[in-house]
Design a protein around this ligand. Structure first.
Ligand code: ADP
Ligand code: MG
Length: 251
């Protein structure tokens, strides 16, 4: 049996009366690239945010690299603040809005967290950041401020910033949705190269071509549950009417 890097069991999350995640269970193996598709409001973002502790589920279990949480408030395995920090350090997340710090240069954006949180010496952090920036083709922009970069460049820097923390899992939430169409490709190419190198990734996306060609597995979210979970072939041959209708609407 392959080792699961992430195991979630029966995750429930509500906002007030609104049940958003209705008992989600998922095992992810190291190196898997999982695309998550589904209609707006089906709980995809809440799910990703629950994985790295940006949202706290009301109940459910999470196992990730030696951390074992039970989100039931009275459980003695309820995560401590220190354990949540440990989780966030190992799980990188990139959002639709690039969220770079506007008052910092590209290089400063990338070295900030490794120095602050991983306590990496500054010279080493710079060396590693420059290597990452070279890799994404933005070494020449290292002293530029984010506003001087295109949206696609900013989003690639946001990915580099997350990678600088040496995460063992990367979460992407519609990272190309805010980009002009001609800038989408460069970001998808970078994500595909990460996938090829074996990074474990959960990718919420409307880019069906990415889901089909790059991911090893596709989840279809519907109203707070995983309604389908299978290889990318389910995009060509959906098992449920719901997924068929969803694909029909977006393709
Ligand atoms: P998706 O990413 O699939 O579009 P979301 O996870 O963003 O879905 O949202 C699922 C539902 O949860 C929506 O009805 C949304 O309005 C609600 N929701 C998300 N975040 C909050 C919040 N912080 N407070 C209240 N409701 C929220
Ligand atoms: Mg969303």
């Amino acid at each position: 049996m392959p080792e699961h890097i992430l195991a979630l069991r029966d995750i429930h999350k509500s906002f007030g009366e609104t049940q958003v995640l209705k008992g989600i269970s998922l095992n992810v193996t190291a190196g898997e690239v999982v695309s998550i598709i589904g209609a707006s409001g089906s709980g995809k973002s809440t799910f990703l945010r629950s994985i790295n502790g940006l949202e706290m589920p009301q109940s459910g279990f999470l196992d990730f690299e030696g951390l074992s949480f039970d989100y039931h408030p009275e459980s003695r395995f309820f995560p401590t603040a220190t354990q949540l920090q440990a989780l966030r350090k190992k799980v990188g997340m990139v959002f639709q809005s690039y969220n770079l710090w506007p008052h910092m240069t590209v290089l400063q954006n990338v070295i900030h967290a490794p120095i602050k949180l991983l306590k990496i010496p500054r010279a080493q952090a710079i060396e590693e950041a420059e290597a990452l920036l070279s890799r994404i083709g933005l070494y020449e922009k290292r002293q530029s401020y984010p506003a001087r970069l295109s949206g696609g460049q900013q989003q690639r820097v946001a990915i580099a910033r997350a990678l600088a923390m040496k995460p063992s899992l990367m979460l992407f939430d519609e990272v190309t949705s805010a980009l002009d169409p001609e800038l989408v490709h460069e970001v998808l190419v970078l994500m595909a190269s990460l996938a090829r190198e074996g990074m474990t990734m959960l990718v919420v996306t409307h880019e069906i071509a990415f889901a089909r060609d790059v991911s090893s597995r596709v989840l279809f979210f519907d109203k707070g549950v995983i309604a389908e979970d299978g290889p990318p072939e389910i995009l060509r041959n959906p098992q449920s009417d719901r997924l068929r209708q969803f694909l029909h609407r977006i393709l």
